[in-house]
Ligand binder design. Structure first.
Ligand code: NDP
Length: 385
């Protein structure tokens, strides 16, 4: 039995992970589950899976969680220490599916404890990629990419040497506004932005897909995971989301990974790795698929792509500033405080002002992240005045 913990168990990736784990009760045993505030879903999943620990990060909900677990064998915990325990405790395999930089400390706890980390939480790698990869080398932790594009690349690479790679090609669906004019896009509503054509995901990543910041974050993520410079990582728009990414080798061979647009496929790959298990996803039938199209991304209509490349080239604290400002801007957009078009404007202004050096520790990453969030909030207040 492989022991597993799921950080962010009540979210989109978290529930897909539970779905696969629960299909294979003979192979996986749940140790710990976490959520931010959704006590009901957390307690229900903990009871269903006989988890030994359920953690709610919002400490104000601790008593509610204790009550919801009364009479079960599952212990309740709360706050950062509870998250760290879920991440670095008994489980061999840890799903990192908290959204945003909030997931950074628990992910690092799992990495430092040498766990196998299935990484969905791309923001953790964007903000602390070098520190995390170094920590993984030191502890022996395997970081397995869950993001469908990086998981595709991981599968295409297999045991092949990165020295033999000419470039990585990240595919992007183009999101719900792929064919929209800039003026229409700039005033798009949150409901329009989260209506992704191919994938069912949490609200934050859905908005990131609409701005294409998601692909920008993935560019930085790929740089850290596979150790290639930004100029060797291309982005291609592929609206059908069937080819999940590609690797071009020095001899001109291109390997691609395909499958239906269901996150249970990459999640199952990391869960069973190096073996395979059934994921419950629909099988891919190419004879029934629409024609596969590929086009260059439009960086004029989707400036987030240019901004993410700029942050990677700029280095220092720029990726942290990019991510923090984007998180604040997306939350403000979802709350109806700013327009869709303002998200990239806020990020561009913040990046232009970013001068800080690269952080030397996770504490420094968190301090830089907090400072960038504070500046972004201030900027929002000034814009509203
Ligand atoms: P969701 O918003 O659906 O779920 C987020 C999860 O994290 C929930 O369990 C939530 O708890 C918890 N959470 C939120 N904020 C905090 C916090 N401050 N502290 C602790 N826990 C928190 O997100 P997704 O599942 O869509 O995405 C998760 C991560 O995976 C993101 O980084 C995303 O970029 C990445 N990813 C997602 C994909 C997808 O298909 N959804 C695809 C590829 C990557 P609660 O329910 O209580 O709020």
């Amino acid at each position: 039995m492989k022991t597993v913990s799921i950080l962010g168990a009540t979210g989109s990736v978290g529930t897909s992970t539970l779905d696969i784990v629960e299909r294979h009760p003979d192979r996986y045993r749940v140790v710990a589950l976490t959520a931010a505030s959704n006590v009901e879903a957390l307690a229900a999943a903990a009871r269903r899976t006989n988890a030994s620990l359920a953690v709610i990060s919002d400490e104000n909900r601790y008593a509610e969680l204790q009550q919801a677990l009364a009479g079960s064998d599952c212990r309740a915990a709360a706050g950062p220490s509870g998250l760290a325990e879920a991440a670095a405790g008994e489980a061999e395999w840890v799903m990192a599916a908290i959204v945003g930089c909030a997931g950074l400390e628990p992910v690092m706890a799992a990495v430092e404890a040498g766990r196998t980390v299935a990484l969905a939480n791309k923001e953790a790698l964007v903000t602390a990629g070098s520190l995390m990869m170094t920590a993984a080398d030191r502890s022996g932790s395997a970081i397995l990419p869950v993001d469908s594009e990086h998981n595709a690349i991981f599968q295409c690479l297999g045991s092949r040497r990165c020295d033999d790679v000419r470039r990585l090609v990240l595919t992007a669906s183009g999101g719900p506004f792929r064919t929209w004019e800039t003026t229409a896009m700039s005033t798009a509503t949150p409901a329009q932005a989260v209506a992704h054509p191919n994938w069912s995901m949490g609200a934050k990543i859905s908005v990131d897909s609409a701005t294409m910041m998601n692909k920008g974050l993935e560019l930085i993520e790929a740089h850290h995971l596979f150790g290639l410079p930004g100029e060797c990582i291309d982005i291609v728009v592929h609206p059908q989301s069937i080819v999940h990414s590609m690797v071009e080798f020095t001899d001109g061979s291109v390997l691609a990974q395909m499958g239906s647009a269901d996150m249970r496929i990459p999640i199952a790959h990391t869960l069973a790795w190096p073996e395979r298990v059934a994921s419950g996803a629909d099988r891919l039938d190419l004879t029934r698929c629409p024609p596969l199209e590929f086009e260059a991304p439009d960086i004029e209509r989707f400036p987030a792509l240019r901004l993410a490349r700029q942050a990677l080239d700029q280095g220092g604290a720029a990726p942290i500033v990019l991510n923090a400002t984007n998180e604040i801007a997306v939350a403000a957009f979802l709350a109806g405080r700013i327009t869709f078009g303002a998200i990239a404007e806020l990020v561009a202004d913040a990046l232009a002002a970013s001068r800080d050096e690269a952080p030397g520790s996770i504490a420094e990453v968190i301090a830089l992240d907090r400072a960038a969030r504070g500046r972004a909030e201030q900027h929002l207040v000034e814009r509203a005045a």
